[in-house]
Ligand binder design. Structure first.
Ligand code: SAH
Ligand code: SF4
Length: 392
């Protein structure tokens, strides 16, 4: 089966079957603008034409295995047509309505630093971000991440990367309906921060980005697409050569070679931190883009005072934006702990005082089983334990 949003295949099909070419625009409009993922719902096409297309095409062939809904996120577990599993997370960014700002601030202080209620009465949906997977699962062995513990299975083709967004837009349409002005909410930002290392699936990742940016595709702004990489330096260079103009986030996680090799052994041994930072400088010079540096906060590992100083020294002349990510504790790595909240804040203040912008990733990522792969990891482990118990 082909995907109906695969424009080159659909164009040839329409020509071959002598179907007028304006149908292509109608289909693109239905899928990308009206967020339709079922051919039967494209009512601008005749019933006969829909039936004909259904013989050779699908829009959605994902099965929803599980869904976890929180006020700020919806997490999907999808089963692909070949039976493999991926995770996708939609993140809702809410703004407090101006008339409630003082009230909410007060409630936040009283209850906890991070936990507060979100309701349509007090909050307004500001924008929606999607965190997509690029591989099933991952071949890079970062010691803090569950994704590689599931082992690498395959690279996602660009269509399965895009379908995560089409599915999400359809879900958002049903969840929120129309806005007051008659328009709809839809995904505005895309981050490649789900399962997998996107730069190790380079060609398909680029194919999906082209679809995201195409005006007849999803029409997303280049500033709203971010690739996150553990540091595949060769491919960062290739992004420049191929003029792939999106934002880049580097999962740095350590300011020196020794610590980086401990946390991200496979990548750090292949490209040491000096070579990586040279590549980053080359990238920022060539593109003018400001880089995001992701930095994981693991107690007694990445958060010591000595390390703070190494980090600002490394980044102070690099126009950097550092995002501190509290380590998401998970059952695969029982020895690692999240840094204390006060430590994270002290870390932030020190690095910031040296002209490096620092933000702390908030609860958004943590309320539905946190980091990428974690939900599925737990399902698999539970199943393995059940199988073992059945054998006993
Ligand atoms: N493979 C890419 C993108 C996917 S991972 C990369 O590594 O950048 C997305 C982000 O989640 C990365 O910054 C990664 O380091 C981080 N991450 C993975 N496991 C985590 C955990 N247990 N706690 C916090 N962040 C984690
Ligand atoms: Fe792969 Fe990224 Fe997880 Fe590392 S952090 S194992 S690169 S998904």
């Amino acid at each position: 089966m082909n995907y109906l949003f695969n424009t080159s295949i659909l164009s040839s099909y329409l020509k071959e079957h002598k179907i007028p070419s304006f149908r292509l625009k109608q289909i693109q409009q239905a899928i990308n603008k009206e967020a339709i993922i079922d051919i039967d719902e494209i009512t601008t096409l005749s019933k006969d034409l829909r039936d004909q297309l259904k013989q050779d095409f699908v829009i959605n062939d994902f099965k929803l295995k599980d869904k976890v809904e929180g006020p700020e996120t919806t997490k999907f577990l999808f089963e692909l047509a070949d039976g493999k599993i991926i995770e996708t997370v939609i993140m809702y960014h809410w703004h407090v309505k101006p008339e409630y700002e003082d009230d909410i601030k007060q409630r936040k202080i009283l209850r906890s630093r991070t936990n507060h209620d979100i309701s349509p009465e007090t909050h307004k949906l500001n924008r929606i971000t999607i965190c997509i997977s690029s591989q099933v699962w991952c071949a890079v062995w970062c010691i803090f991440c569950v994704t590689w513990k599931l082992w690498f299975k395959k690279n996602l083709p660009w269509q399965e990367i895009i379908l995560q967004i089409l599915y999400a837009n359809n879900y958002i349409k049903q969840k929120f309906g129309k806005k007051e002005d008659g328009t709809r909410n839809r995904v505005r930002n895309v981050v490649f921060m789900g399962m997998g290392e996107p730069l190790l699936n380079y060609d398909e990742m680029v194919g999906s980005i082209k679809y995201m940016q195409d005006q007849h595709g999803l029409g997303l702004s280049k500033r709203h697409i971010t690739i996150s990489t553990s540091g595949v330096a060769d491919k960062i260079k290739q992004l420049i050569d191929d003029k792939i103009d999106v934002r880049l986030a580097l999962s740095l996680h350590a300011p020196n070679q020794e610590l980086r090799a401990e946390l991200i052994p496979m990548i750090a041994r292949r490209w040491d931190i000096d070579e990586l930072m040279e590549t980053i400088d080359y990238y920022t010079k060539a593109t003018g883009n400001r880089l995001f540096y992701e930095y994981i906060m693991i107690k007694d590992k990445t958060d010591s005072e000595d390390i703070w100083h190494q980090l600002w020294k490394l980044l102070k002349k690099r126009n950097a934006h550092v995002n501190l990510i509290p380590y998401n504790e998970n059952p695969a790595m029982p020895d690692l702990e999240t840094s204390e909240y006060d430590m994270i804040i002290a870390f932030k203040h020190t690095v910031e005082s040296h002209w490096v912008t620092v933000t702390v990733r908030d609860t958004l990522w943590r309320d539905v089983k946190g980091a990428c792969g974690q939900l599925w990891y737990e399902v698999i482990m539970k199943r393995r334990i059940e199988d073992m118990e059945n054998e006993l």
